[in-house]
Design a protein. Sequence first.
Length: 93
Amino acid sequence: SPDYHKKFHQDLQRERTNRWEGNVHYCCIGTHGTRHGHCYCSDWEDIKYANWEGRDDFDRDWTTLGMLLDLGNGTLSVYQSGRRLGTLNDGLA
């Protein structure tokens, strides 16, 4: 829900330091409702919703997801059951 993301956004902003740079400061995957499986990312100004590469292979009955932040390639990838599903965001480095 938008209220959940707003609270999450506010919690992170309280922890913000001058070392946080760039245009993406958090990403998450929606777990319920009409945006189930959608990617949510924020740049501190607003929250962006997006489909992501691999979303069609996303198992909605999942219990655990893995994420890999690859700073060399500037990507945030999603894994499920040991299999790479896709990329939530790129251009992060």
